[in-house]
Write a protein that binds this ligand. Structure first.
Ligand SMILES: NC(=O)c1ccc[n+]([C@@H]2O[C@H](COP(=O)([O-])OP(=O)(O)OC[C@H]3O[C@@H](n4cnc5c(N)ncnc54)[C@H](O)[C@@H]3O)[C@@H](O)[C@H]2O)c1
Ligand SMILES: CC(C)(O)[C@@H](O)C(=O)O
Ligand SMILES: [Mg+2]
Ligand SMILES: [Mg+2]
Length: 348
């Protein structure tokens, strides 16, 4: 494994240079990877593996929309697409990509197919880390591993198709066969990862839950909404408020920040913007720091996991979720976003 220095700290990273696809194919040549669940990660990981020449089958409830999607993506019922339990029986590596709540519901059935020497792989440390809440306690004679792409399943597939890769975390919870390391790294390469960063299940789930509730999705939407509201309350038009809050960020500045970092961005804007951004970033940090500290504490004590399990296991979960998503979709800010996106050259 390569040691890479990140800001002064050395970390273990697997590169495609040291573990090329041919090696992954060799490690997995006698394995059947059963991808269970065909939601967001399922399609990305399974199609990338199929294109990489790995023996993959899908397990999915057959009366669901996801089953139809799998058929549309070229998986063949009875050959490469099965009911969940049938796929679990056939797989030697069971890649559990059910929603985290469904993993709890399906666990006892899945467990019965985890015979000696198989591997159970997750894309999240959730089920294992919060085992008191999930009841997911694998048998001692199977490998328990994790490959967690650090991004959406949609991006995983898009970046693979464009010849790039999405970075993933990987971890080993249990090495029963002595092959857990080569299995997890081979899977990581096969699903289309660029680089594989070593972690453990607990660190993966704590950082992932913090990130998605924080700057990746929760905090960013909160900051967008607050700034948009202040601009609107002060008489700015919707388009002006949206452009100055979201559109310029995602279309102009984020790609530059992604390429060069925020330090470069600060050095490459007007001196006026520089002064203001340098003066204001610390008050924003100080205002949000207690919220992030509370968020991490809620993640670490298991409250966030419990909230997610409770709401996602309710029978009316889908209706309640749809209502909340509708509220966001129908907000003036995101309705303005639809109109603004139509003006982009590629949408004209
Ligand atoms: N969404 C992402 O891009 C992403 C990124 C990294 C990691 N992950 C992790 O990957 C795993 C899969 O996440 P996802 O977002 O792809 O899942 P998802 O919410 O899209 O659901 C996956 C599948 O679960 C099935 N399912 C839901 N309820 C079920 C039930 N009661 N019984 C049987 N099947 C049921 C659905 O039909 C669907 O095919 C999770 O552990 C998640 O935390 C997701
Ligand atoms: C794509 C995310 C937010 O990174 C993932 O963690 C998820 O749960 O969907
Ligand atoms: Mg997540
Ligand atoms: Mg994530």
């Amino acid at each position: 494994m390569a040691k890479i220095n990140f800001g002064g700290v050395e970390e273990n990273v697997v590169t495609r240079g040291e573990f090329p696809l041919a090696k992954a194919q060799e490690v997995l040549k006698n394995e059947t990877v059963a991808v269970i669940g065909y939601g967001v990660q399922g399609p990305g990981q399974s199609m990338n593996m199929r294109d990489n020449g790995i023996n993959v089958i899908i397990g999915q409830r057959n009366w669901s929309k996801s089953w139809d999607k799998a058929v549309a993506d070229g998986w063949v019922p009875g050959e490469t697409l099965f009911e969940i339990e049938e796929a679990c029986a056939k797989g030697t590596i069971i890649l559990n990509l059910l929603s985290d709540a469904a993993q709890i519901e399906m666990w006892s059935k899945m467990k019965s197919h985890l015979t000696s020497g198989k591997a159970l792989c997750f894309s999240h440390g959730f089920g294992i880390t919060y085992k008191e809440k999930t009841g997911i306690i694998p048998p001692a004679d199977v490998d328990v591993i994790l490959v967690a792409p650090k991004g959406s399943g949609t991006s995983l597939r898009r970046l693979f198709v464009s010849g790039r890769g999405l970075n993933s975390s990987f971890a080993i919870f249990q090495d029963a066969t002595g092959k857990a390391h080569e299995r997890v790294v081979a899977l990581g390469i096969a699903v289309g990862s660029g680089y594989l960063f070593e972690t453990d299940f607990r660190r993966e789930v704590y950082s992932d839950l913090t990130g998605e509730r924080g700057t990746l999705m929760g905090a960013i939407q909160g900051i967008f909404a607050a700034q948009y509201q202040v601009l609107r309350d002060n008489g700015h038009t919707p388009s002006e408020a949206f452009n100055e809050t979201v559109e310029e960020l995602t279309q102009s500045l984020m790609p530059l920040i992604a390429e060069n970092g925020m330090d470069w961005m600060y050095a490459n804007c007007s001196t006026t913007a520089q002064r203001g951004a340098l003066d204001w970033w610390k008050p924003f940090r100080d205002a949000t720091l207690p919220v992030f500290q509370k968020l991490y504490a809620e993640v670490a004590c298991g409250n966030e996991a419990q909230r997610s399990i409770d709401s996602n296991s309710k029978p009316d979960y889908r209706e309640k979720l749809d209502a909340e998503l509708k509220e966001l979709h129908e907000s003036e800010m995101w309705q303005t976003g639809i109109a603004v996106r139509k003006l982009r050259p590629e949408n004209n």
